[in-house]
Design a protein around this ligand. Structure first.
Ligand SMILES: [Mg+2]
Length: 369
């Protein structure tokens, strides 16, 4: 079986752009068929299923809540880093929780009293649009009150936790597993939902360090075995079925991807068996279940491994929010890896004093709270 390998020549920024754009393309490919059975998809799009953008939410290339929340995760991580640099104290999960409350406001939700909507991301009209947001996320954020940063008081392991944590794998040098578990736990109270998200972020992290996608998935899994037996069973089955080699469709035994461990297993199987990255996406979205989420996860892994170069240019041109993604990725690379920001300004060299104009402008875009 041909193995896709992580490209060792990529910069951090290449990987982050690949992760965000690849995930968004997978999301947009799956968006029109999220609520269709595979049989219905093939009947409408032909024997290979959907393999190019079809209209959803009134346009081609429309992204959904998966991409929206992934972008807010990254916005939260940037603001947590700003806070850390300026204040020397930070609880990253709480800062990401505030980012999710800003997302919640874009969905028409009412954040807690006195919660200030600031920064630039949530003010974009393009993000203020409902794209089948998950009820678990909406419900958990509605119940936050003053408990921002606390785990959700529900028992959900829906895929809404795992679908949004991938940036943690690239942005965090240390403990991506733990932070992704915490971040998924902000809205999803079930341990399997949290550990699945933690494993996925740890896999993304390992993909940035080593070539083998199979090996990195195992490296991420080994130290956490036993923490969530449902995830262990799902990943074991995906590895086992992948040993049988490529197939025309995702094995139905892996489930439909509505819950976290199934989404994880489907993404893993697609990544391990597909001969090329776009074929992995096509397999991921042509399923009975949560096509936009499985497409998102596969696109994120492929992008972290290969950057954005494998994405068909025609799809990138049609992709909604591609410019927002590029801006956010460049700003993240400025604060995490010292590269020029989206305005082309060099890194501030760690100087956050009031007289440093670029630091001030960055704070205005990403206030550290
Ligand atoms: Mg979605």
């Amino acid at each position: 079986m041909t193995q896709i390998l992580s490209d060792r020549s990529l910069t951090h920024l290449d990987r982050l752009r690949g992760l965000l754009l690849g995930g968004a393309v997978g999301d947009a490919l799956g968006a029109p068929v999220e609520f269709m059975r595979r049989k219905e998809i093939l009947a409408e799009f032909g024997p290979l299923g959907i393999a190019r953008f079809a209209p959803a939410y009134g346009r081609l290339g429309a992204i959904t809540d998966d991409t929206q929340m992934t972008l807010f995760t990254l916005e939260g991580l940037i603001r947590a880093e700003v806070r850390w640099c300026c204040k020397g104290i930070c609880n990253p999960a709480a800062v990401v929780d505030r980012a999710y409350l800003r997302w919640y406001a874009t969905q028409g939700g009412k954040p807690p009293q006195d919660f200030e909507i600031d920064g630039w991301l949530s003010t974009l009209p393009a993000l203020n649009s409902r794209r089948a947001p998950g009820n678990t996320c909406l419900g958990a954020l509605a119940a936050k009150g003053w408990k921002v940063g606390d785990p959700a008081a529900n028992d959900s392991k829906g895929a809404g936790g795992i679908m949004r944590v991938a940036p943690i794998g690239l942005a965090m040098d240390k403990s991506p597993f733990r932070l992704a578990c915490e971040v998924a736990g902000l809205t999803h109270g079930h341990v399997t939902g949290q550990v699945s998200a933690g494993w996925f972020a740890a896999w993304i992290h390992a993909v940035g360090q080593r070539p083998s996608l199979r090996g990195t998935a195992l490296i991420a899994w080994r130290p956490i075995r036993g923490q969530a037996p449902e995830l262990d069973a799902a990943l074991a089955q995906a590895f086992q079925l992948a040993n049988d080699g490529p197939a025309r469709q995702v094995p139905p035994q892996l489930g439909e991807g509505w819950i976290a461990e199934e989404a994880a297993a489907i993404a893993l199987w697609c990544v391990l068996t597909a001969p090329d990255p776009f074929e992995a996406l096509r397999l991921a979205v042509n399923i009975d279940g949560d096509s936009d989420t499985t497409g998102t996860l596969v696109g994120q892994v492929m992008g972290a491994a290969l950057g954005p170069s494998w994405i068909p240019p025609g799809l990138l041109e049609q992709l909604e929010l591609a410019d927002v993604i590029e801006t956010l990725a460049a700003d993240a690379a400025w604060i995490f890896w010292g590269e020029p920001n989206a305005d082309g300004e060099p890194w501030n060299g760690g100087d956050w004093s009031d007289v440093n104009a670029s630091s001030k402008r960055f704070w205005d875009r990403y206030p550290g709270w």
